[in-house]
Design a protein around this ligand. Sequence first.
Ligand SMILES: [Zn+2]
Ligand SMILES: [Zn+2]
Length: 371
Amino acid sequence: MAKRDYYEVLGVKKDVDAAELKKAYRRVAMKFHPDRNPDDPSAEEKFKEANEAYEVLSDDNKRAAYDRHGHAGVDGQAGMGGGAGFNNFSDIFGDVFGDIFGGGGRGGRGGPARGSDLRYNLELSLEEAVKGTSVQIKIPTLVSCKPCDGSGAKPGSKPVTCTTCGGHGQVRMQQGFFSVQQTCPTCRGRGTIISDPCKSCHGQGRVEETKTLSVKVPAGVDTGDRIRLSGEGEAGADGGPSGDLYVQVHVREHNIFKRDGADLYCEVPIDFVDAALGGELEVPTLDGRVKLKVPPETQTGKLFKLRGKGVTPVRGGGVGDLLCRVVVETPVGLTSKQKDLLKEFQATMKGGKYSPKQSSWFDGVKKFFNE
Ligand SMILES: [Zn+2]
Ligand SMILES: [Zn+2]
């Protein structure tokens, strides 16, 4: 099936800004949200389509790729939630729906509430992020109580049906002309009451515990990536399913390399004699030192590309390059003999042919004042 244009899906113009885009997405997503259209199977497709469109258009890089190459530019990137362990979806979801449906919305569909998702901020060095690593993390969380198996009732006993609501969890209250449904105040919506609470968890069904988890970080992750550990979030109340744990990656600044997507940058100082005569520099890469041949007459700021010495991004797309910017360093701490040599040398440099840039610059200045 041919995909619809993302701008068309959200009903926006090509030059839409971030705020308008979010508004449009909110409108479309609300309209087709599966919770609001239980009888319309096509709504879910449209909801997913809107999510995919928003995921691409709200990301500057993906949007630029989409504008240039259409769907071909972003296919395989959008809608990756789940499959590769990365998921931007709940960020968008939480932002858009959190204030509308309320945090407790999920529990209302019957059955015990799912536990909260947790977020762990993981700091990595550039080397760890590029090569991948395995880390042990400790997270304080709520886990299901073992003695009562999460029920909150003393082992051997069972929660009993709430008599106030008859097990429905909801009661009808008269408010003026209206009859409104409210969460049962006795059982707080659970429908059951624990008459004989478990001693370990005091009837909560969950206990606080510091969990130690081993997280495998794939090679090529970058700041902003999230690793989802399904079911490693907080345990749900009343034996409900656990939430997920999101490990948010943050890569520390490196003192030599700067990363930009798949490419790495570094600055390499070079003395002015090597810059003039050419020479060989030792430059660092993440796999050790390599030699870089610098041709004669190399100017400061010149970029040298070392192919394939960058990063292989975790989402695919091929290995990047290492870009070395050479910076010519003016010598310091010269002896008087060295200074004399330089003056002698300078005296041979008259005529402008040794510094074409400087000569043409001075010509330009002269012209500027004469006109
Ligand atoms: Zn009740
Ligand atoms: Zn217990």
